[in-house]
Design a protein around this ligand. Structure first.
Ligand code: ADP
Length: 359
């Protein structure tokens, strides 16, 4: 921008020199001198005016307009409007500033959307908790009123009423425990005691402990392991037990076959160990599978069946697995059965250093 007027000045001077020495042959009489000086003055003035115009145009285009756009954007943001985009056409500092501004607007929008989602979630959570507490509460109240009004007029009736009240109170107690645990997991307030665990050995013990209960339920449980692999993971024993119990209890709860079968399958690759718990129960419909790990989700929408359940079990299980840096998923065929699988990151092969890991 500075070079152009300088060149223009030189060109004018050269042209005037040409006029002076070639046309006037160096002879400047008084009237020619006046004309010569006027032309020189007008030429220089024109160059100044054009340069000034060009400068104003470019400054307005490259600085004032982007600054005005940024000023407008800041005003919109301060008014709480994030539904626009800030465009930057140049790669200079102002262009970079516009890009940073646009990034800030996007982040603000994302965080606003997240807040809205949280608020929606909270509302849903409160509605679900209220519903799930209200249902047993209403029925407890009904039975107590029955006793008070003398409807339970025989010892058998009285016993049945009291048993039902006791069962409903237990359901509520369990729901409150699960809610408490879920919210602790959600707030990352559960403290994990991670240690190296050989899952083969751990699962063998776990199934042995459970065998008695499962036999009582006429359920056959077996462990399948490829003994070429190693299965050492970093996990919290107690929380892992909670995960396994929850999945197995579901297998028992949603079972409709006479020959009840649960298979626990252990596989591994270089990075992770996968545990699959496969049952031959009622199965889950294809549409429901993506939602079963959501809190309060139950395939039985009435939430009132004999199977009970808060719909928090698998949500808790997923949280625990995620906090172990693992993944969890389900595969199922209605009428055939369900497989719930989860992974845990594998710890390097310490088997050689510590043979006690293997049974
Ligand atoms: P709930 O307390 O209702 O059992 P969960 O979170 O444990 O809640 O499970 C969510 C839903 O997933 C259940 O309501 C049930 O419909 C379905 N589900 C879970 N495990 C199984 C299974 N092994 N077989 C069939 N359905 C299952």
């Amino acid at each position: 921008m500075i070079v152009i007027p300088v060149i223009a000045f030189f060109v004018i001077e050269i042209m005037l020199g040409y006029v002076l020495f070639i046309l006037f042959e160096g002879d400047l009489m008084e009237d020619r001198m006046g004309l010569f000086l006027s032309i020189r003055f007008i030429g220089l003035l024109t160059v100044l005016i054009i340069t000034n115009g060009l400068l104003t145009y470019f400054v307005a285009k490259s600085i004032i307009q982007p600054v005005k756009r940024l000023q407008q954007a800041a005003k919109e943001i301060s008014n709480g409007n994030l539904e626009f985009t800030i465009e930057s056409s140049s790669r200079d500092e102002l262009g970079q500033l516009s890009e940073t501004f646009e990034l800030m607007r996007k982040r603000l929008k994302e965080s606003e959307e997240l807040q809205t989602r949280y608020a929606e979630n909270r509302k849903e959570l409160i509605a679900s908790i209220s519903h799930d507490l209200k249902t047993p509460m209403t029925s407890i109240k009904g039975y107590i009123e029955g006793i008070r009004d003398g409807i339970a007029n025989t010892p058998e009736k009285m016993e049945r009423y009291i048993e039902t009240i006791y069962a409903k109170t237990n359901d509520m107690d369990q729901l409150i425990d699960e809610l408490f645990l879920y919210s602790k997991l959600d707030l990352n307030q559960v403290h994990y005691h991670f240690e190296h665990i050989d899952l083969w050995s751990y699962l063998s013990d776990f199934i042995e402990e459970l065998a008695f209960d499962l036999e009582e339920n006429d359920c056959n449980v077996s462990l399948f392991v490829n003994n070429q692999d190693t299965f050492i993971v970093q996990a919290d024993r107690e929380q892992l037990k909670r995960v396994l119990l929850n999945i197995i209890q579901n297998s028992l709860k949603y079972m409709d076959k006479d020959e009840k079968e649960i298979r626990v399958i252990l596989t591994a690759n270089a990075d992770q160990v996968t545990v699959t718990i496969k049952d031959n129960g009622i199965g889950i419909s294809e549409e429901a599978i993506p939602f079963i790990f959501e809190r309060f989700y139950r395939t039985d929408t009435s939430r009132n069946t004999a199977t009970g359940g808060s719909g928090l079990g698998l949500a808790i299980v997923r949280r625990i697995i995620e906090q172990h840096e693992g993944e969890i998923w389900a595969e199922s065929k209605q009428g055939i059965g369900t497989s719930i699988s989860f992974t845990l990151p594998k710890v390097g092969d310490v088997n050689e250093k510590n043979p006690d890991y293997r049974r």
